[in-house]
Design a protein around this ligand. Structure first.
Ligand code: PSV
Ligand code: MN
Length: 396
């Protein structure tokens, strides 16, 4: 690696921050069951503590995304509790995620439900979430809807689209200056015939209808296998509509595997589209990078550290693409050379430069080793396990 490349890596790492999801530290499973982990976080305090540990060893995860139903208790005291946890752990509250998919009333949808009262209930919850976000000084309200149908002919697709437009417009009206609505899409699951916001085009249309503070959220797991996600990213950037990412990897569907575990080149290509956009426009893209993973088999904190360091590596690789050289090769249709430009950057081992950057910034050079040496995992396994939670330890 040249000195110039090392400098590019350092500049990129200085700008790269990634948000952790509170639900990534809790016990989760598949629809076939849950395998409990003794270290799994069960309370908001434990989630903040675990996130703070990931932030301590990586130095780049200053915020924690919260899911309103899972993380906030009724009443104002929960906001105070979250605030004091944020102060104590040094991890701020990140995006606020309303939950309009779990309650029994949402069986046939939330904002897209044919029953107006249920649409109103969903809107109220979203408005409450906007208020919570304001109270905890969080910028983004991140919306994912499970709405859809399982059988042809059972729902009026256009009516549901209109109801969504209406609900999102009303939610948008409640935003404070600087707050954003992020609209997430997903092609299927839990609905298996139609999903109301199935792809980026639908999310884009609805975000535009909602108002100027609404943007699109790209969850990397929410695409069909063959889809070209980096092209979607390039288009959303060009439209000024890319609000953020939910990162995870997948082999088949929304598998929630750790980022880059299946296809690191794809994540690199996504980061490359962002890097080349910033290079061409000369302005930083305002993107919320977030992890959205539930680790069923891997130990949760280690999986999170692995995800964060993988994201940094792929971001750093994208930062050393020679944009000027690539632009010339693209212009002259030098196909092999243009592709090689990307591949050379992807093949470069950026880990030594990242290690030096960490040391210079007072972060452990090897986050996973630092975590393992801290004894944190054994301590929480003992403490949380003593409360009768989880299975036998996998740690000696
Ligand atoms: C849905 O699959 C999703 O990606 C949404 O972002 C949810 O908020 C999150 O996962 C947790 O269920
Ligand atoms: Mn998501």
């Amino acid at each position: 690696m040249t000195d110039r490349q090392a400098e590019l890596v350092w500049n990129a790492l200085d700008r790269f921050r990634i948000e952790l999801p509170s639900w990534g530290f809790a016990d989760t499973g598949t629809r076939f069951g849950k395998f409990h982990q003794p270290a799994a976080a069960a309370t908001i305090e434990e989630k903040f503590n675990d996130a703070a540990e990931v932030n301590r060893v990586t130095g780049v995860c200053p915020t924690l995304a919260l899911h309103v139903l899972w993380d906030f208790r009724e009443g104002a005291s929960s906001v105070a509790e979250v605030d004091s946890l944020a102060t104590r752990t040094g991890v701020r509250t990140g995006s606020i995620n309303p939950n309009v998919f779990q309650d029994q009333i949402y069986k046939f949808g939330s904002l897209g439900n044919p029953d107006e009262q249920i649409r109103q209930a969903a809107l109220r919850h979203i408005l409450d979430s906007v208020e919570i976000a304001a109270a905890v000084e969080s910028r983004d309200i991140s919306l994912w809807f499970a709405d859809g149908s399982n059988y042809p002919g059972t729902q009026n697709i256009r009516h549901r689209k209109a109801w969504f437009e209406d609900g999102l417009k009303q939610a948008h009206r409640a935003l404070n200056v600087g707050q954003r609505l992020l609209v997430e899409y997903k092609p299927f699951e839990p609905a298996f015939y139609h999903t109301d916001i199935a792809d980026w085009g639908m999310a884009l249309e609805l975000a535009r209808a909602a108002g100027p503070q609404a943007k699109v959220l790209v969850d990397t797991g929410h695409h069909y296998s063959a889809q070209n996600i980096e092209q979607i990213v390039a288009w959303l950037l060009d439209c000024g509509m890319l609000g953020g990412f939910h990162f995870n990897d997948r082999r088949y569907a929304d598998d929630d595997l750790t980022l880059g575990s299946i296809d690191p080149y794809q994540v690199f290509r996504i980061f490359h589209e962002i890097a080349v956009y910033e290079w061409e426009t000369g302005k930083p893209a305002d993107i919320a990078y977030m992890v959205d993973q539930s680790h069923n088999l891997k130990p949760k904190i280690e999986a999170m550290i692995q995800t964060v360091t993988t994201a940094q590596e792929l971001f750093a690789k994208a930062a050393i693409v020679d944009h000027a050289a690539l632009a010339v090769k693209q212009k002259t249709n030098a196909l092999v050379d243009a592709e090689t430009c990307l591949k050379d950057a992807f093949a470069t081992d950026v880990r030594p430069a990242i290690g030096k950057w960490r040391i210079a910034r007072g972060i452990p050079a090897r986050p996973m080793t630092a975590f393992r040496e801290s004894g944190y995992q054994q301590r929480i396994e003992a403490e949380r396990g003593a409360k009768g939670r989880g299975a036998a330890s996998s740690y000696a």
